[in-house]
Write a protein that binds this ligand. Structure first.
Ligand code: AKB
Length: 314
């Protein structure tokens, strides 16, 4: 039987690239894009789309049944900076939407579910350098608490009910197709938009705030990689560490300046996001993902910067 794949949050930063990738691999008609927001005309013409509030269990159930969905990529979330402004709403969205789909998977309405975690699930007491898979986790944000709780619930549904849950702890993600919204790592995308317009950038993180990051093609590779891995290779059902490279705003700015001479960054716009970032790892040890199901990134920092500038300049 052909797989029928539902992507929740299909208009978001990850969803946009993921739907394109999955449609190429599985065929347009086998990938159902879904978002709270109305789709672009281009997206609508490309394949099936369902406008859906992932908090609405009944509406979600109807979409699963209507399309005979076999796999779900659940990418609906309120990110770190926005959830700090509306903690209860952030918690509610992140957890209720997760439970709606975990419950449908428990009742065997579909087979396999992807749910992303994040480096935000770590906290100030976590070892910062080469943060291991299994370590202290004391998240200090609502988003991070929801990610850690969600990881544990995914593991619980796997162990208790046999639901095939799979997940990754994303670092900051950098992409040119869609801008992120409401995250702490968003600066690493904003900076490119300013640079290609010939403008300087005012950064909201301090110049030495080092964070793990990944280019979107690698994030898609990891996401689809874990979903397509044979079940016995997925030995961790909370969520896997995945890394690519790390940098500070100052280092990123210097590399961009090599490509776009005259570009510069100031640090006049520091805000509370700098404190959020201070509680996160600066680099990630992802050996389990590499050993268990063969994860390996393709892009390093210089190749990512060149590719971002090339695509945004088009
Ligand atoms: C955020 O900054 O909130 C996200 C994340 C690291 O999960 N990009």
């Amino acid at each position: 039987m052909a797989e029928k794949i539902l992507v929740l949050g299909s208009s978001g930063q990850i969803g946009t690239d993921l739907v394109d990738h999955l449609r190429e691999a599985y065929g347009n008609d086998n990938v159902i894009a879904s978002d709270l927001r109305a789709p672009s005309a281009e997206r609508l013409a490309q394949g099936p789309f369902e406008q859906l509030n992932a908090m609405d269990a009944q509406a979600a159930f109807e979409v699963i049944k209507k399309h005979g969905v076999t796999q779900v990529y659940h990418l609906v979330a309120m990110l770190s900076a926005t959830a700090e402004k509306m903690p209860m709403k952030g918690w509610d969205l992140n957890m209720t939407s997760l439970f709606n789909f975990l419950e449908m998977a428990r009742e065997k309405h579909f087979k396999k579910m992807y749910w992303p975690s994040s480096i935000a699930a770590f906290g100030p007491q976590t070892p910062k350098e080469n943060t291991p898979q299994l370590t202290v986790m004391d998240p200090g944000t609502v988003y991070g608490i929801s990610k850690l709780a969600g990881e544990l619930w995914c593991d619980y549904y796997f162990k208790k009910y046999g639901v095939d849950t799979r997940g990754l702890r994303y670092p900051g993600l950098i992409s040119y197709k869609t801008e992120p919204g409401g995250g702490t790592t968003d600066y690493a995308v904003d900076i490119f938009h300013k640079a290609v317009k010939g403008e300087d950038y005012s950064c909201f993180l301090s110049e030495d705030r080092r964070l793990p990051m990944m280019y979107m093609p690698d994030a898609i590779k990891a996401t689809v990689g874990i979903m397509e891995a044979p079940a016995d290779q997925v030995k961790i059902r909370t969520s896997y560490n995945v890394g690519a490279f790390s940098f500070t705003p100052k280092e990123l700015s210097a590399i961009i300046e090599k490509e776009i001479p005259g570009f510069s960054t100031n640090y006049d716009a520091l805000d509370s996001r700098d404190q959020i970032a201070a509680g996160w790892p600066s680099s990630i040890d992802d050996r389990e993902a590499r050993e268990h199901w063969g994860w390996q990134p393709d892009f390093d920092l210089p190749t990512m910067v060149k590719d971002m500038i090339k695509n945004l300049s088009k």
